[in-house]
Write a protein that binds this ligand. Structure first.
Ligand code: NIG
Ligand code: FE
Length: 405
């Protein structure tokens, strides 16, 4: 139906981050425009107008109408941090952890991430494509209209590249997480693995991926290795991301700031100095409260980062081990109840700011003329049900690029 016009009318409310700036930081995160008794008009893939019903002009030509009575419209959600390209599952490990086993301890014993590496290598390219498409469908039903996904469960050339292609071909934004773990065949030789990855994988990965990511943590890669990996990736034209301060502070924030990274993600272990440094920088803090919940870890300092003037985004971290959760509405509920972010701040964090992390804030993350017509219709009389309806069926319908599925 692209090329035609779509009118969603008689909405109880329409809510969108205000203005045009990105990323939103500090007090500006809470700046949401709310229109009561509203409409949104799309022309093909693009939003043409939003406004109050009483101001709706007469429309000529063919217009498909959607009845928005009893519903609220918000921008399509943007999940800027997932690991959707994997084979198998970790339900056995989940059950062991439920009985008290530690996540890092399972990883050190060759379980954890490395067990997913085995299953992902076995899945083959077709298996990976099917997995990413299935995961995209799960995300879509929770209102995600744009997703990023990392590789990082292949850790050999073929499987890393197949993962990135599967993400790209499913319409996702691919990130090369070439430095996620040291694969078993390298027997703990992290530097030797990076020699291989940068020489054999980076040139081809840089043709598919938009960004590179590294897991900077004890038991994974140290700060010197992370720097070497990220500098080589930047040289190859990739934007930079880091998994940092998940369990321990290892210098991820100073490194992210020094290299001009787009984001540093996790931050469950970040202390007051890290909050100050990050909030004063242009690096976005990507908070993943579903991962902290799933692992029973402390929550990241969301309120402190915003109060210090920082730019924060929210994401699911969807993956089989530390966050088997594809729901950004649930993440918004956790942001409100655990991170003490207002629903308005949470909305900006998983729309415009997440779009900024993916380099797409000029086109995604707002309901305003010229933006892509990605719209989530909430089954709610007030848009704040997005965070309020904990684990509820809050997403009624999703419009992607002006198309109703
Ligand atoms: O973001 N921390 C590193 N990577 C993922 C988890 C990967 C896994 O457990 O499979 C994360 O939490
Ligand atoms: Fe992650």
């Amino acid at each position: 139906m692209s090329g035609s016009r779509l009118l969603v009318r008689d909405l109880a409310q329409l809510a969108t981050p205000a203005g045009r700036a990105a990323p939103l930081r500090g007090a500006a995160l809470a700046d949401v425009d709310v229109l009561e008794d509203a409409y949104v008009l799309c022309a093909g893939e693009t939003i043409e107008a939003v406004g109050r019903m009483r101001d709706l002009p007469a429309l000529d030509g063919d217009v498909v109408e959607v009845d928005g009575r009893g519903l609220c419209a918000i921008p399509g959600l943007v999940d800027c941090h997932t690991h959707a390209a994997f084979g198998g599952d970790r339900v056995e490990e989940f059950s062991l952890r439920a009985g008290g086993a530690g996540y890092e301890e399972l990883h050190a014993r060759g379980g954890g991430i490395l067990s997913t590496v085995r299953a992902t290598r076995e899945a083959g390219e077709e298996g990976l494509r099917a997995a990413v498409e299935r995961h995209r469908g799960w995300m879509r039903s929770h209102g995600t209209t744009t997703f990023e996904s990392k590789s990082g469960y292949g850790l050999d050339r073929d499987t890393e590249l197949a993962s990135l292609r599967a993400v790209r071909d499913a319409g996702g934004v691919p990130t090369w997480l070439g430095a996620h773990a040291v694969p078993p065949e390298l027997d703990g030789d992290a530097d030797g693995y990076l020699d291989f990855a940068l020489r054999e994988v980076l040139p081809a990965a840089a043709q598919i991926a938009e960004a590179a990511d590294v897991f900077l943590e004890r038991g994974a890669f140290d700060v010197a290795q992370a720097r070497r990996y990220l500098e080589a990736c930047r040289e190859a034209g990739l934007a930079l991301r880091l998994h940092g301060d998940q369990f321990t502070e290892q210098g991820a924030i100073p490194l992210a700031v020094a290299l001009g990274a787009r984001s540093v993600d996790h931050l469950e272990a970040t202390g007051a100095d890290g909050v100050r440094t990050l909030a004063a920088s242009d690096v976005v803090a990507v908070l993943l409260p579903a991962s902290a919940l799933f692992l029973g870890r402390p929550m990241p300092p969301g309120r402190a980062l915003v109060d210090a003037g920082g730019a924060v985004a929210l994401a699911t971290d969807f993956n089989p081990g530390s966050a088997f959760c594809e729901s950004l509405p649930l993440v918004c509920s956790l942001a409100a109840t655990q991170l003490k972010l207002a629903p308005a701040e949470a909305l900006a964090a998983c729309t415009v700011n997440a779009a900024h992390v993916l380099g797409r804030a000029g086109r995604l993350g707002r309901l305003a003329p010229g933006y892509r017509a990605d719209i989530v219709l909430l089954d709610a009389p007030d848009w704040r049900y997005l965070a309020y309806h904990l684990g509820g069926t809050v997403v009624h319908r999703v419009v992607v690029a002006g198309e109703l599925p």
